[in-house]
Design a protein around this ligand. Structure first.
Ligand code: CTP
Ligand code: MG
Length: 627
């Protein structure tokens, strides 16, 4: 276990590539069951983190009193407690209300979450935390709106106060730890550590899960459903980001903003990508961008006297060079001062320069970029599509899960199809239905009002914000039908000559020879899947054909009626998550056994595919759903 971790840690730092067949993520190395028991692995992880993980200690004595360093703080004593689960609206409630409010509220939702995060703290707690005592202590600093506990290399609590003054009060009563044999960076962040002396018997708090279910658990859960449509709905619920997980993501952005704010007080760190586009799965990365627009906004002042003042600023050769400088410095601060930020890599020569690191207390792999407004806009576009019809998210989650299980996608960069590309492929497919389930991007643009006008770096990113202007067509296809036809559609798509274009909602002649060409929705000269090589595309096509075929088989389509709940064999969508028939001899014989009557058809199918080199790649991580 320790050796695996060492290899993984070095790969995270870019020192080595992960060997073939090696678990591609730390969850696979430290599955949930190991996280608390594997002392060796955790001790190694924590000791390597020690230098950068100088959390402030929040003393909690046996009598439950905070040691106050400053007597000036006047804590509020009113206590309004809410448990995490009762306080937070369910994901689906939120989604439904969002659908009604539409794209305009996308920003409003982000703003609200950001503001909540600024009133929140993240606290490392003893494993046997006494929740009541904990809340009693914290409410001395003010009313608590929400709180929840979770485990990630230790026990943590997220506490959201009603007002920011509570944070100031709490920080004033918090110590910088006295460390022996090393020195602490005295940075007072909102990542704290609670020390508890004495224990006693008390109820264990409810821990929120921040990881997706294992693939075996998911297959079991899906197999217990009564229809394939129910399976896809159930899968979405099991994998989607919980309200707590989204809150934690915004809190991590807010904690990083505190670091960047030392240089740029008006800056905001905004999450984008799957954290906000409604297609995020538990365990997905946290994409962030450093938004400096607030600085420019406050700069447009004219004086009546005819005189005006300007800041003297350092100039760079180009915007890219300035972005690289800023990210380099912020990356350095995150590395040297950011509690819990480990494995920091500055990837400044990328097309979109970024700082990559792991935020250990939340367990999120993080990418921090700057100047990434177009990507934020495409996140908003995806969010809008996700709200128009519930089948959109259900199909996207299912296809993404299927692709991950079969190693079509991966959490590490490479020549694979990415989740973003896959999502756009699903949207494109839904635009092709008759009647169409989703409008084209051009149609969303035509419906836009003057206030929706948005041009970023010369790219027209205008989309309608008033969702009530969008007329949805009456398409009643079931999820099963959509899934079957998705696989058929891409199993036979003319990738050699055509590109995928959600702006026009139709295939176009490829402008260049990349095996897979998916036009970037807003930066229309870019191909979002330029990284994909012919082998990976072929593997995708082969799996689409195989899955389309499987979904025509009676054994797969129907749940066998004479099984007990405990022993339902994988059927329906769950059967598509079993290892592919086109990989692994052992797997082949297992599948062959179940589908023997159709063996001649599958032989013909396999003969017609003539897959080359797909075997080993398909094996890699095939049973691994986590990230
Ligand atoms: N993006 C883009 N063009 C690309 C890749 C990414 O515009 N070629 C933008 C998209 O808005 C995408 C975001 O960057 O959503 C984050 O990229 P990534 O993390 O790769 O995708 P996610 O959608 O976040 O999916 P995942 O769950 O795999 O992280
Ligand atoms: Mg992402």
């Amino acid at each position: 276990m320790c050796l695996k971790y060492l290899v993984y840690k070095r790969a995270l730092c870019g020192e080595v590539s992960l060997p073939f067949g090696f678990p591609q993520n730390r969850n696979a190395i430290f599955p949930r069951s190991h996280r608390t028991v594997n002392v060796c692995a955790c001790a190694y992880f924590n000791s390597t983190m020690a230098a950068s993980f100088g959390v402030c200690r929040l003393p909690m004595s046996g009598s439950g009193k905070f040691i106050k360093l400053c007597h000036g703080a006047v804590p509020q004593t009113q206590r309004r407690l809410a448990t995490s689960t009762s306080a937070l609206p369910s994901r689906t409630e939120k989604q439904a209300s969002t659908a009604a409010k539409g794209s305009a509220s996308f920003q409003a939702i982000q703003e609200e979450r950001r503001e909540q995060a600024e009133r929140s703290v993240l606290i490392s707690c003893p494993a046997k935390i006494n929740e009541n005592k904990f809340l009693d202590e914290l409410t001395k600093h003010g009313t608590i709106d929400k709180h929840f506990f979770y485990n990630s290399y230790g026990t943590y609590a997220v506490v959201e106060f009603s007002s920011r003054e509570s944070i100031a009060s709490l920080k004033e009563s918090t110590n910088i730890p006295a460390v022996q044999h090393e020195a602490a960076v005295p940075f007072k962040s909102r990542l704290l550590a609670l020390k508890q002396t004495g224990s006693g018997s008390h109820p264990v708090p409810n821990f929120q899960d921040q990881s997706p279910p294992s693939i075996n658990d998911l297959i079991k859960l899906l197999s217990e459903q009564d229809s394939i449509d129910e399976q896809l709905q159930c899968l979405t619920k099991a994998l989607e980001l919980s309200e707590e997980n989204i809150s934690l993501r915004f809190l991590v952005c807010s904690l990083l903003r505190d670091i960047a704010g030392a240089y740029f007080p008006e800056c905001i760190i905004r999450p984008f990508g799957s954290t906000v586009n409604s297609f995020g799965k538990l365990g997905c990365d946290l994409d962030m961008f450093l938004d400096l627009d607030g600085i420019y906004a406050s700069n447009q002042k004219t004086q009546g006297s005819g005189l005006s003042m300007e800041y003297q600023v350092k100039r760079g050769a180009s915007e890219r060079v300035v972005t690289q400088s800023i990210l380099s410095v912020i990356g350095e601060c995150v590395d040297k001062f950011g509690p819990g930020c480990v494995g920091v890599q500055k990837i400044l020569q990328a097309r979109c320069p970024l700082v990559r690191f792991a935020h250990q207390p939340s367990g999120f792999p993080c990418d921090l970029t700057a100047n990434n407004r177009v990507a934020m806009k495409s996140s908003e576009l995806l969010f809008l599509y996700g709200t128009l019809d519930p089948r959109v998210r259900q199909l996207v989650f299912s296809v993404r899960c299927w692709a991950r299980v079969h190693a079509i996608t991966s959490s590490i960069p490479g020549a694979w199809i990415t989740n973003f590309s896959l999502t756009v492929m699903v949207l494109f497919f839904l635009q092709q239905r008759s009647p169409a389930i989703l409008p084209t991007l051009d149609q969303l643009m035509e419906l836009a009002g003057p206030s929706d006008k948005c041009v970023i770096e010369g790219n027209d990113c205008t989309i309608v914000s008033d969702v009530s202007k969008i007329t949805m067509q009456n398409n009643t296809d079931t999820l099963l039908k959509l899934l079957q036809e998705f696989f058929e559609f891409y199993g036979n798509f003319p990738f050699k000559k055509s590109s995928i274009n959600i702006r026009k909602g139709k295939e176009e002649i490829k402008p260049e020879t990349s095996p897979l060409y998916i036009q970037n929705p807003f930066e229309i000269t870019l191909n979002i899947s330029k990284n994909v090589n012919a082998t990976q595309l072929e593997r995708f096509v082969v799996l689409c054909r195989e899955s389309a075929w499987l979904l025509q088989q009676g054994e797969v389509l129907n749940r066998s009626s004479n099984q007990t709940a405990d022993s339902v064999p994988a059927w329906g969508f769950a059967a598509l998550l079993l290892p592919s028939v086109t990989s692994g001899a052992g797997v082949k014989s297992r599948r062959k056994k179940k589908l023997e009557p159709a063996s001649s058809r599958i032989k013909n199918l396999l003969d017609s595919l003539k897959i080359k080199g797909g075997d080993t790649a398909a094996k890699k991580g095939s049973a691994n759903l986590r990230r």
